[in-house]
Each structure stands twice: as structure tokens, then as C-alpha cells.
Design a protein around this ligand. Structure first.
Ligand SMILES: [Zn+2]
Length: 106
């Protein structure tokens, strides 16, 4: 088994183009990465950023380790959590109001 070049802990199951294919990287160097890193890289960066700033293993690794071994920035995760909480509150309010209407409504 080969390990992911970036995180070095998960199995490398896919190839990542250091220069995005959309930016002419088809014949360019690829590296073996795990699914999490493969997806994470593209969720985190736009092709333009990959082409200009994150086109080497060391730059990608630096970002990954500086960000606490995760891809998306902490802020995005927090925003998602808050959104989930608000959605949950909305559902609860509707549920309770429905209950009141059923029991005390006209
Ligand atoms: Zn990985």
C-alpha cells in the first residue's frame, strides 16, 4: 500500500494533478493522494489558486499542516455548524407551533 503524499497516514487511492487539468495540466506531474486530500484540495482552492500558489507538494502540505491537518478552513466548518443549528431551531419552532395549533387552535 502506498501512503498519501500529503497527509502520509491514509492510503493513496487517487492521483492529484499539481497543475489542474482545466489549466493545461493533463500531461503534468501527478501525485498519489488519499480521497480526503484529493477532495479537500479542490474544495479548499480554486483552480487559479492551485495553478499559482499550490502547485507543489510542499505548498499543499504546508497549508494542510498549518490548518491543523484539515482542508477547509475552520471558519467554514463553524458556519456550517451554525447553519445546522438555525435549521434545527426552525424545525423545532414549527413543530411546537403545530402542536399548539393542534391542541389550542380554533
Ligand atoms: Zn491524504
Amino acid at each position: 500500500m502506498r501512503f498519501c503524499v500529503i497527509c502520509e497516514v491514509r492510503e493513496a487511492k487517487e492521483r492529484h494533478h499539481l497543475l489542474p487539468r482545466a489549466r493545461g495540466g493533463s500531461g503534468y506531474r501527478t501525485i498519489g493522494v488519499c480521497r480526503e486530500c484529493g477532495k479537500g484540495i479542490h474544495k479548499t482552492f480554486k483552480n487559479k489558486q492551485l495553478e499559482n500558489n499550490y502547485n507543489t507538494i510542499s505548498r499543499l502540505k504546508e497549508y494542510y499542516y498549518d490548518n491543523g491537518c484539515q482542508w477547509k478552513k475552520g471558519k467554514d466548518k463553524k458556519d456550517k455548524k451554525i447553519k445546522e443549528m438555525l435549521d434545527y431551531n426552525d424545525r423545532e419552532i414549527r413543530r411546537v407551533m403545530g402542536w399548539f395549533e393542534d391542541n389550542y387552535g380554533k
